[in-house]
Design a protein around this ligand. Sequence first.
Ligand SMILES: [Zn+2]
Length: 210
Amino acid sequence: MLPRSVRRGRSPLAGSECRSAATHLAGSCTSTRGSCYLNNAAVAAEALRRAGHARVAIVDIDAHHGNGTQDIFYAREDVLYASVHVDPGAGWFPHYAGFADEVGFGIGAGANLNLPLAPGTADTRWLDAIMKIVQRVVDFDATAMVLSLGVDAAAADPESPLEITQDGYHRAGELLGAVGLPTVALQEGGYHLPTLGALVKASLQGLTRR
Ligand SMILES: [Zn+2]
């Protein structure tokens, strides 16, 4: 349930710490992957639409492509799905989705943006990709944003080969917060427990410009 103030656009940020990463779940049980039971980002985006937001952007910075989220909105023009993630073609989960040529279907064509990155990618290129996502969100005329905040792109995380620093996550938060949209931030992946809290904190501080 989203706070009423965010649904109506009066509050800039709502957050949820939820487990586990849910972006891999699509509409049917047969699509369940990545230990997901509810796709929190999809639920939040749909709630924002029903609350009156005409166009909602889902920004997914988890290290892995959100195949389930993409699948749910792939043929819709009112919800943008934009993701930066490790290249699934390089052997990383979810393997079969997340490629750059997946741009949406039918009236949803153009409302799906995938920016796969090579293993070993560090802050500069990752942040360049996030700036491209920010531009797409602006061009899309989104009125609200859902942030799939996976912090498993961090250098110490054992589940991905990306090399993002805590400062990188802070900067990503700043870039996304600068868009100025009412935002629901949902915790997704992140598996290096000693640094998990600091990474989430840095991201949220960037998002709220603290
Ligand atoms: Zn992940």
